[in-house]
Design a protein around this ligand. Structure first.
Ligand code: ATP
Ligand code: MG
Length: 447
């Protein structure tokens, strides 16, 4: 019978043949973040819907079209998080973190939900790695998190990814800019889409981010915000550029970047890949100095970004970047009869305690089927236990690749010793090496 209930469009299962890559990337991200002083925060999957309306903004696509909202049994209006920044901002206020030592530096790895049209690089449930930094208005904070992302891509050996930066000003200089934008779009009113007509009054900046091809075309000739920056915003932007230059981080200024979320002020940035087709932004972020205050928290500045894990892995795949596969099973122990099966269980258990991966038959299959399975899982060594082996307390260990065999005493220490001397690292050691390798040659975080 065919499976009746299928996964929801725009969601995906990650199987073991892929999940080791996710684990590697997440772990590298969170561990490297620690070197920069960022500790991991975990926040709820759903929140009060008003949190996103207020922070992401009610004229944005995310809030207007893409949010998964529902009313729970208690009549509360909730939403699955479309992004991480709003929840992290709420959490630093609610926990009081923002009233402690500043800056507060947080990292996260989480899933997000957006009701968008699924396509390559666009899912309805997707995953982000991100950071938020609170309590510094200095361009050094902007530079620090951009330098992190740049280093992270470098650690993963990702090429052909470019940093684009812009400043979208602050509420002061934006007044004048909004007026100029409004005047420009007013003159093209008859060509704008329905949604953008609504945005014209409320938030003309949003029109620059409209995906409608006609609006997009018109937006190309719109006034650019860089021409309207106030002295403070200009100085901040120059300060950022100076720091990126000092850190040897290449970038281009792209005055067309406005980002799809309302809370941004001053710095916005994207890392764009040439290997992704239409959905080319791997990472996007910016400064959100008014957000904490508008949510009822201390009036502290903040800056953050998020990168999509799916897109990151797509880029790595396109560039042929291999993530080390986890070690296969070191030893598979087959058995004939109950007594041997029980002995096999206890032998694999003690090998696992030593950090080796070991398996034995737990299905009760024929020896032939057991060996076929050992082959399928790519076991490095195998042995079969029967009455004779138990009587002699010795079994034949077979190297599955070369076919070589060696007789070995059936006690825990002898077996463990064999695997140590066979040059098979224990699990902890091999994980350390894997990460250590990726971190090698990493420039220190300096500012
Ligand atoms: P886009 O322009 O691609 O719609 P966005 O501006 O909506 O991106 P952000 O809200 O800034 O994206 O999210 C940061 C990152 O999260 C993006 O750069 C992208 O890598 C990833 N991302 C966003 N939406 C999706 C999605 N629907 N599916 C997969 N990844 C996504
Ligand atoms: Mg989007």
């Amino acid at each position: 019978m065919a499976l009746e209930i299928k996964s929801i469009k725009g969601t995906a299962d990650v199987l073991p043949s892929e999940s080791y890559k996710w684990q590697f990337v997440e772990r590298l991200f969170l561990d490297t973040a620690k070197l920069y002083g960022f500790g991991e925060i975990r926040i709820p999957t759903f929140e009060d819907k008003r949190l996103f309306i207020r922070s992401v903004g009610d004229t944005t696509d995310v809030v207007q079209k893409e949010m998964y909202t529902f009313t729970d049994q208690g009549g509360r209006e909730l939403a699955l998080r479309p992004e991480g920044t709003a929840g992290v901002n709420r959490a630093v206020i609610e926990s009081g973190l923002i009233n402690g030592a500043l800056p507060v530096k947080l990292s996260y790895a989480l899933s997000c939900f957006r009701a968008e049209k699924p396509q390559a690089g666009r899912m309805r449930e997707f995953h982000q790695l991100g950071m938020e930094l609170f309590g510094s208005a200095s361009p050094s904070a902007d530079a620090e998190i951009i330098a992190f992302v740049n280093n992270f891509f470098g650690l993963l050996n990702i090429q052909n990814i470019s940093l684009e930066i812009n400043s979208i000003g602050c509420p002061t200089c934006r007044k004048e800019y909004h007026a100029a934008l409004r005047a420009y779009f007013e003159s093209k009113k008859d060509q704008l889409c329905e949604t953008c007509l609504g945005r014209l009054e409320k938030n003309p900046l949003r029109i620059l981010d409209c995906k409608n091809p006609e609006c997009h075309e018109i937006a190309k000739d719109a006034p650019v915000v860089l021409d309207y920056l106030c002295d403070d915003c200009r100085a901040h932007f120059e300060g950022l550029k100076k720091r990126l230059d000092a850190l040897n981080i290449p970038y281009t200024v792209n005055p067309r970047i406005v980002r799809g979320l309302d809370y941004y002020v001053r710095t916005v940035f994207e890392f764009v890949s040439g290997d992704l087709g239409a959905q080319s932004t791997v990472c996007g972020g910016g400064r959100y100095d008014g957000l904490l205050g508008s949510l009822g928290g201390a009036d502290q500045p903040g800056i953050g970004y998020a990168m999509g894990v799916e897109r990151l892995l797509m880029v790595m795949k396109a560039q042929g970047i291999e993530i080390p596969e986890p070690d296969p099973c070191d030893l598979y122990i087959g058995s004939i009869g109950e007594e041997a099966a029980i002995r096999a269980l206890s032998l694999v258990s003690s090998l696992r305690e030593e950090g080796f991966s070991a398996e034995c038959d737990i299905v009760g299959r024929s020896v032939k089927a057991q060996m076929k399975y050992a082959d399928k899982i790519g076991a490095r060594y195998s042995m079969i236990l029967g009455d004779n082996e138990l009587a002699e307390n010795q079994a034949r260990l077979k190297n599955m690749q070369t076919g070589e065999t060696v007789d070995i005493a059936l006690d825990d220490d002898t077996l463990a010793q064999f695997f140590y001397s066979a040059g098979i690292d224990d699990l902890a050691e091999s994980l350390k090496n894997t990460l250590g390798g990726a971190l090698e040659g990493m420039p220190p975080a300096e500012l």
